[in-house]
Design a binder for this molecule. Structure first.
Ligand code: MSP
Length: 552
């Protein structure tokens, strides 16, 4: 049976249109999902939108429409963008969906009913707490909101002291458990967080944990949320994180909150889960609340998900923000440069886990250098040379052991053997993907494989070989190698650039008809010798037309 792979993303707030940060995360997850499909895994890719909360309620009020109407409008923008960018998910998590709301309420009820010897819930308790409340901003304030003079500034006024009753989820009781879990996972070589430089950050945050989590809001203050079950008493709405995090199970295949252990059908997927999230939501939500919530629901230590934490796209070193007016709209970019150019840039110009600076010039530069010049040119010249010297038909199918290129006279004299390099590239590619380093995988394809083949063209100079009848076998062998390498490159590139990969296969006139459920791209097909002797290639057409930089 195929292995499963379950991948999720953060669900985006629907209080504003999608920006380039949202697009990056979804493209990254899509690329990883496609890589696993390429390996033959059974993949479930879940993404969606986080539709509740105060901000949505306020934005809807400002526009004079109902919150549901407001979130439906924004949600449609996200859905359309993912379609445009080729983000192909298997499950869509929208938190106003009845299925999700039922699951959140069932979970709350279950934890409320799970009682200790004292007849009280082991997980949730009610408490009254007092604090300063900004009537203007409709939120409780902490000392962080005080100005240098120790007072709350005019943006918060009027401020009043309020007592409020709420429900709390116990975190502190599980602090040591979480610390042990983090350490055990690292010791076992399966760190809770990838890249593992963030494990220490999480550990420190858990060490400093001081309080439990307030999981309710009085309905008087927040209406746009999931109401607590009646058994908690009337008038409470679920705090947004206790709602949003649950999407990972409420929309997962086969989850049922009722039994004390999650169902096996669900666990088959869950055991391989990776949560892709941004660095801002690791602490405390995904690294503290979520593991403890899962523990409360009967998940074992082995079933606490791994977090794949990515960095941020910034603008000239600064955070993207509406107030700075520097928010980049991925929809506009895709219309201007094409969806695949945007996909390529977003996963090639950032190291997974690190931050990067977004720049349109870089997008154009990377596309022109890597795709138009290096890969596009290789495809084009290969097809043209095969057409010109072999009438478009490959001759022979050399054993990879026999393929080595003696450079033509006058150029550097180093024999280039194809086999060891190809094997090495394929291992490197898999390693890069298995550690989510998509930029590394692309580097191998473009800067190693395509570059090696472009150098091969320069050094072997097929146009010279073609003039010498005694070099006919070398000519055939060089041209076969170029075409065969392109076939393999297309497969390797397909998770990032599916359309371009199809384009390369089309031009190679390869797998144009598929039988039954056959996949066009399979990692298992990266074995040398796929193209048969006598294979007729297709017509060359520019796959990556150069982008002309706008005149500045
Ligand atoms: N709704 C919560 C997540 C709930 S998950 C159970 C949320 N939404 S968000 O819209 O603010 O952010 C969604 C994701 O986008 C987060 O993972 C966040 O890190 C990511 N990004 C937001 N801005 C970003 C950049 N500038 N760059 C890269 N990713 C960024 O948080």
């Amino acid at each position: 049976m195929a292995e499963t792979f379950f991948i999720t993303t953060a669900i985006d707030y629907t209080n504003g249109a999608p920006h380039i940060g949202h697009a990056y995360e979804k493209v990254l997850a899509d690329v990883l999902a496609r890589y696993h499909r390429l390996k033959g895994d059974d993949v479930f890719f879940l993404t969606g939108v986080d539709q509740h909360g105060q901000k949505v309620q306020q934005s809807a009020e400002k526009q004079g429409i109902a919150p549901q109407e407001f979130v439906d409008g924004i949600t449609a923008k996200f859905v359309a963008l993912w379609k445009k960018l080729g983000v192909e998910y298997d499950g869509w998590a929208a938190t106003t969906d009845a299925k999700h709301k039922d699951c959140v309420r069932a979970i709350l009820q279950r934890l409320w009913d799970d009682q200790g010897a004292d007849g009280q819930s082991k997980w949730i308790y009610k408490k009254s707490e007092g604090g300063y409340y900004s009537v203007r901003q409709e939120q409780f304030l902490t000392d962080k909101e005080r100005g240098a003079d120790g007072e709350f500034g005019p943006e918060w006024q009027p401020v009043e002291f309020r007592e409020e009753e709420n429900f709390y989820f116990r975190l502190l009781d599980h602090k040591q458990w979480l610390l042990n879990l983090i350490d055990a996972r690292s010791a076992a070589g399966k760190p809770l967080v990838i890249p593992d430089f963030r494990v220490g950050e999480l550990r420190n945050a858990v060490e400093k944990l001081e309080g439990d989590l307030c999981i309710s809001r009085p309905a008087a203050r927040l209406q746009w949320g999931i109401p607590f079950p009646e058994s908690f008493g009337a008038g409470f709405v679920t705090y947004v994180w206790f709602d949003a995090l649950v999407n990972y199970i409420s929309f997962a295949p086969g989850y049922d909150p009722a039994p004390t252990r999650p169902p096996e059908e669900f666990l088959r997927w869950w055991r391989t889960i990776v949560h892709v999230i941004g660095k801002d939501i690791m602490i405390p939500a995904h690294g503290v609340y979520w593991p403890i919530m899962l523990k409360s629901l009967g998940f074992t230590n082995d079933e606490i998900p791994t977090l794949l934490v990515h960095g941020w796209w910034n603008i000239s070193g600064a955070k993207m923000s509406k107030s700075l007016g520097n928010v980049i709209d991925p929809d506009v970019l895709a219309d201007k440069y094409g969806a695949e150019a945007v996909r390529y840039y977003l996963v090639s110009d950032i190291a997974t886990g690190k931050d990067a600076d977004f720049s349109e010039e870089r997008l154009i530069q990377r596309y022109n250098t890597d795709l138009a010049n290096s890969l596009g040119n290789l495809l084009n010249r290969t097809l043209n040379m095969v057409a010109k010297y072999l009438g478009g038909r490959l001759v022979g199918r050399p054993n990879i052991e026999d393929v080595s290129f003696a450079p033509v006279e006058g150029s550097e004299s180093r024999t280039y053997e194809v086999r060891p390099n190809l094997e090495f590239y394929l291992i490197e590619y898999r390693t890069a993907f298995d550690t989510a380093q998509v930029n590394e995988a692309l580097w191998i394809i473009i800067m190693k494989m395509a570059l090696a083949m472009n150098l091969c063209v320069e050094k072997c100079a097929p146009w010279k070989l073609a003039k010498d009848p005694s070099k006919k076998r070398d000519l055939d062998s060089v041209l076969y190698t170029l075409a065969e390498y392109l076939r393999i490159i297309a497969i390797l590139l397909s998770p990032v650039l599916p359309k371009a990969a199809h384009g390369i296969f089309d031009q190679l006139n390869w797998k144009t008809e598929l039988s039954g459920k056959e996949e066009r791209f399979r990692l298992a097909d990266t074995i040398w010798g796929g193209l048969p002797d006598g294979h007729q290639l297709g017509q060359p057409t520019p796959l990556f037309p150069r982008i002309e930089a706008p005149a500045s």
